[in-house]
Write a protein that binds this ligand. Structure first.
Ligand SMILES: [Ca+2]
Ligand SMILES: [Ca+2]
Length: 183
């Protein structure tokens, strides 16, 4: 069980250009938020996300109205594990419940809108890390469930459902309350 503070690690990591390929990826501890800019429409930003132990990583990219984001998750050997391109210009992209080991993962930010021209406006790449989920991989099959706010339902049965569906959220309070799992 992680203390809540570890799940909500604070502080923003600024991208370090040039970071347009894996060899110059900006380091980003799992659970932290990176902030960067699109220096040009074709700017690509690589981040190397490191986790202290095995777990599950989620990432959400947002913040520049003109951008048409593509979010790519790549393994330590740069093989693409997941590519997320669900929205158009102005939409957020998110990748949920990606298994991560201590070898880390690359998260690659790019833009498809050739007319995007807002190099001063920052984007946010928010990550969350849940090491408790590493022990119960079956929960990964719940990845398609929408994240809900981490309200604590009253009845324990209801709380368990909430716990199951929001456990990947960076602020999953329920994850620190394993007693709720009891019937
Ligand atoms: Ca950049
Ligand atoms: Ca870049």
């Amino acid at each position: 069980m992680l203390p809540l503070a570890a799940l909500c690690a604070c502080g923003v990591v600024k991208e370090k250009e040039p970071n347009d390929d894996y060899s110059r990826a900006t380091p980003l501890p799992a659970g932290r938020t990176a902030q960067g800019t699109l220096g040009s429409p074709s700017d690509v930003d690589w981040y190397l996300v490191r986790a202290p132990r095995e777990g599950v990583l989620s990432a959400r990219l947002s913040g520049i109205r003109e951008a048409d984001w593509v979010l790519s998750i790549r393994g330590p050997d740069r093989t693409e594990l997941k590519r997320v391109d669900e929205t158009g210009i102005g939409g957020d992209e998110q990748a949920l419940d990606i298994g991560i080991s201590t070898a880390g993962l690359y998260v690659v930010v790019s833009n498809k809108n050739a007319k995007a021209n807002n190099p001063a406006q920052p984007y946010d790449l928010r990550t969350s890390f849940d090491s408790s989920a590493g022990r119960e991989r079956e929960s990964v099959s719940r990845a398609s469930y929408p994240a809900r706010s981490c309200s604590m339902a009253g009845a324990s049965g209801r709380a368990f459902i909430a716990w199951s569906t929001v456990r990947h959220a960076s602020h999953t309070i329920a994850a620190s309350r394993p007693s709720l799992v009891r019937k």
